[in-house]
Design a protein around this ligand. Structure first.
Ligand code: MN
Length: 489
């Protein structure tokens, strides 16, 4: 059975504290949601603002395959704005718990049903598809919830949705709730929140209980602890619930996850399922060895399934198999004695509590293999001007292949200015800085600063570090070390 997917990244997801998307960012995400096969896209809440309406209009203009919805309260003023945006459908949100009805809306159950019914009538009269979402349904009196739904069906609502607004369902109670609602003459959807970390589990249980549609957000962003995460839920349905499937192109999941992380500035925790940095990374020797022999030993799915690649991490748990694999990728052939020496040196560094970067590994391997490699770029001088009344400005003198080059740059801060003063030079073009981490090694303002960066050139990614008392020097050192590593191949 095919489960329909309503993605609400652009509505509930945008309600993530601190997140606000521009119309262009919203459009880019909507394009990708449509491409990846989302059935229904909740594009926003038309009543919110002029800018929000512009975003929704831009999306409805595109002629996507997906149905486009706007959030709406059961009020004509809201619905009129939805109509102005030319959406296909509305997500008509009707609070059904007594807490919401009395404390939030200061009204009565009877009144609420009247409100809901006339709003549905108004929508249907204007040609809108209507999904009636019972807000706080999981804390509502069951008989009343059921009567709101029956009334909605009598007024030709197209779909119904049970919202676990504050995320208090468990997999068991979610199953029971949806099972009890079976038999209503409209498709039922499930909208879960992740306050107890159970949103995906509850959504899967809802499907088993009879839900035929699910609400998700990319990366699980949303209010408080967020919503049901799209990528986790879709892949779980595909891999773990054999009797169900979705229309989603699973191998594009990683792309859309990165797009949403970049646009919202809400970055993904490394250990997040499916899309986290470590989801397909292996460091331990035993695991890497197993993976190389047969990836099923320590992976429940291949990384390619979700559009990713496997990674072997260099560190103290690493074994010689994983290490040899990495060295081979770099075109380095080593004998057993050399391999053991490189492995020991890496473990020494890791035992000091250091992350081992690609540049660290290169330096260690060069030493063991007695390779003398001249770096193409050398930093000669770096000067920074920064303060509260000047635009941070950097000037650099570097030597590239024996040639001295002077350049300058400005930036939002002194590190940004320093990196910009390099980036505009020819030799740095095509190289992107994709990650930048700063750690103070000791506690005070005189601490040593450890900067670890990741750089990308084409499909090649390297990590590099700089450790200095001065954060700008540390950053520039890491940057130049990483670029030198990339230029070596
Ligand atoms: Mn919600």
């Amino acid at each position: 059975m095919i489960i329909k997917v309503l993605d609400t990244t652009l509505r509930d997801g945008e309600q993530t504290p601190g997140v606000s998307l521009t119309p262009l960012e919203k459009l880019r995400i909507a394009v990708k949601l449509d491409e990846i096969g989302v059935d229904y896209i909740e594009a926003g809440s038309a009543i919110t603002s002029e800018g929000e309406r512009d975003s929704i209009k831009e999306i409805t203009k595109q002629g996507f395959d997906a149905e486009i919805l706007s959030f709406s309260r059961p009020l004509t003023v809201d619905i009129d704005y939805c109509l102005e945006c030319d959406v296909d459908a509305v997500n008509l949100v009707v609070p059904t718990s007594d807490l919401h009805i009395s404390d939030k809306l200061n009204t009565t159950r009877d009144n609420l049903i009247d409100l809901s019914n006339s709003a549905i009538d108004y929508c249907k009269d204007h040609g809108l598809i209507v999904e009636v979402s019972a807000e706080d349904a999981s804390r509502s009196d069951f008989d009343f919830l059921k009567s709101v739904f029956s009334n909605a069906i009598d007024h030709d609502a197209d779909r119904l949705c049970v919202c676990d607004t504050v995320g208090i369902l468990t997999p068991d109670s979610s199953f029971e709730l949806f099972d009890k609602l079976n038999g209503l003459k409209a498709p039922i959807s499930c909208h879960c929140h992740n306050d107890f970390g159970l949103a995906v589990a509850n959504t899967l249980s809802a499907i088993k209980g009879g839900a035929s549609e699910i609400h998700t957000t990319i990366n699980g962003i949303g209010e408080r602890a967020g919503n049901t995460s799209f990528e986790e839920c879709i892949v779980s349905i595909d891999r773990l619930l054999p009797e169900f499937s979705t229309n989603i192109k699973i191998n594009e999941i990683y792309d859309i996850s990165k797009l949403v992380a970049r646009s919202t500035g809400v970055y993904i925790q490394p250990n997040k399922a499916i899309v986290g940095e470590n989801a397909f990374a292996h460091e331990s020797g035993i695991h890497s060895d197993g993976i190389i022999k047969n990836s099923a030993t320590y992976e429940p799915m291949t990384p390619e399934l979700v559009g990713r690649k496997r990674k072997f991490i260099i560190g103290k748990h690493m074994g010689t198999h994983g290490l040899n694999n990495r060295l081979k990728e770099w075109g380095l052939n080593v004998d057993d004695v050399q391999l053991k020496q490189i492995c020991d040196d890496i473990k020494d560094l890791a035992d000091k509590g250091k992350t081992v970067t690609d540049v660290d590994l290169q330096v260690i391997a060069d030493n063991v293999l007695q390779i003398n490699h001249e770096d193409r770029i050398k930093l000669d001088e770096l000067t920074i001007v920064s303060g509260n009344k000047v635009m941070p400005t950097a000037s650099v003198k570097i030597t590239v292949d024996e040639e001295e080059i002077l350049n300058a740059g400005v930036g939002l801060g002194p590190v940004d200015a320093a990196i910009n003063s390099l980036k505009s030079l020819d030799i740095f073009k095509d190289i992107d800085l994709i990650e930048y981490h700063v750690d103070a090694i000791t506690g005070g303002t005189d601490a040593f600063i450890d900067v670890i960066i990741k750089l990308q050139k084409g499909d090649k990614v390297v990590s590099a570090r700089g450790t200095e008392a001065d954060i700008i020097n540390a950053s520039v050192k890491a940057y130049i070390a990483g670029v030198n590593r990339l230029l070596r191949d």
